[in-house]
Write a protein that binds this ligand. Structure first.
Ligand code: NAD
Ligand code: ZN
Ligand code: ZN
Length: 344
């Protein structure tokens, strides 16, 4: 089968031929129907060889949708032919945290060598992908895999972050979304579907600000120093009660700290390497600062149900598997709008 692999640190990914995997006990083999492309892969491919955490070559792609084509021994709760999406942040499945479905925070996964598809295990930018457990597939029925697959990360990650800040999203509050790409434009739709907060989107790109407004943002502004006073004004002087930073660069983290009011929540989702010093009174009194990683199993199921109600519509750009290396180049150049989805 064809697969898109990162083969050597510093080299661009390549389309190569590899063996179709066979499902072992407990595993599920999917024929990939769609695979989303995430900015995190660009981060992974920028890491130096000395500290690179995964074994190469690595088949990329951590947003997966597929049709079940083969079952390993003992698999009984999914059937051949089912159309599914894959829950990616695999955990051990049996610890206390995993038993609550929050496998994204499994404290044992690293020590057990359990890695998500595309982020350590062979990923979905291929004709077939292996899922380690039937626990990690969510049936999508007749939903379109191409527009549904981004829910597994571009949807799940903001959904999880938003749920953690939900008490701050009251009517009359102002929420700031920084970075309106794959994750950000879904975050705006989720904020509108899940709360009565006023959404202000910030992005450096004009096209992204347009996408923000089409996604339901009340306001969309350039991401610069002037945004600080504009947000103060829009919030009646109070500042934002929640900020979701889907960039995480030093400039956006600084901006996040400057636009929040008292008792606000700043969530750093983007992995751009910015840091936010916390001391008494800065950010303002009562503010909480946190990071989030991906989301919980039940949250992906909830999102699929939200998609069924038409509450989220991912803006997708469609590409073939052979175009994947070019898609990464386009993403690096800021030329992808919404989510790029590969259809093998
Ligand atoms: P993307 O490339 O689709 O979108 C990024 C957006 O940010 C673009 O619209 C771009 O114009 C905008 N942007 C860039 N610099 C900016 C700045 N200084 N100010 C305002 N906007 C700016 O990326 P994506 O796939 O949506 O991923 C977003 C971030 O989230 C990445 O850092 C990614 O690695 C990270 N991520 C984190 C998790 C997690 O679990 N924490 C999961 C998925 C992705
Ligand atoms: Zn991702
Ligand atoms: Zn666990």
């Amino acid at each position: 089968m064809r697969a898109v692999q990162y083969r050597e640190v510093g080299e661009p990914p390549r389309v190569v031929g590899v063996e179709v995997p066979e499902p072992g006990p407990g595993q599920v083999l999917l024929q990939v129907t769609a695979a989303g492309v995430c900015h995190s892969d660009l981060e992974v491919m920028s890491w130096p060889a000395e500290s690179f955490p995964y074994t190469l070559p690595l088949t990329l792609g951590h947003e997966a949708a597929g049709r079940v084509v083969a079952l390993g021994g003992g698999v009984s709760r999914v059937g051949v032919g089912d159309s599914v999406v894959v829950y990616g942040p695999w955990g051990c499945g049996v610890c206390r945290v995993c038993s609550t479905g929050r496998e994204n925070y499994c404290p044992r996964a690293a020590e057990l060598g359990i890695r998500p598809p595309g982020l350590g295990s062979p990923g979905a930018l291929a004709e077939y992908v292996l899922v380690d457990s039937e626990r990690h597939v969510v049936p999508i029925g007749d939903l379109d895999p191409v527009t549904t697959v981004p829910l597994t990360d571009a949807g799940l990650t903001p959904y999880h972050a938003i749920k953690r800040s939900q008490s701050r999203l009251y009517a009359g509050s102002t929420t700031v979304v920084i970075g309106v790409g794959g994750l950000g434009h879904v975050a705006i739709q989720l904020l509108r579907a899940m709360s009565a907060t006023t959404v202000v989107a910030l992005d450096v790109r004009e096209e992204s600000r347009e996408l923000a407004l089409r996604s339901g943002a009340h306001h969309a502004l350039p991401s610069d120093g002037e945004a600080v006073s504009a947000i103060r004004e829009l919030s009646g002087g109070a500042g934002a009660s929640a900020v979701f930073d889907f960039v995480g660069a030093q400039a956006t983290v600084d901006l996040a700290a400057n636009v929040v009011g008292m008792d606000a929540a700043i969530t750093l989702v983007g992995i751009g390497g910015g840091t936010l010093p916390v001391s008494f009174g800065s950010p303002p009194f009562g503010a909480v600062v946190g990071t989030t990683y991906w989301g919980a199993r039940a949250e992906l199921m909830e999102l699929v149900d939200l998609a069924r109600q038409d509450a989220v519509r991912v803006h997708v750009e469609r590409y073939g598997l052979d175009q994947a290396p070019e898609v990464y180049e386009r993403m690096k150049a800021g030329r992808i709008h919404g989510r790029a989805v590969i259809i093998p």
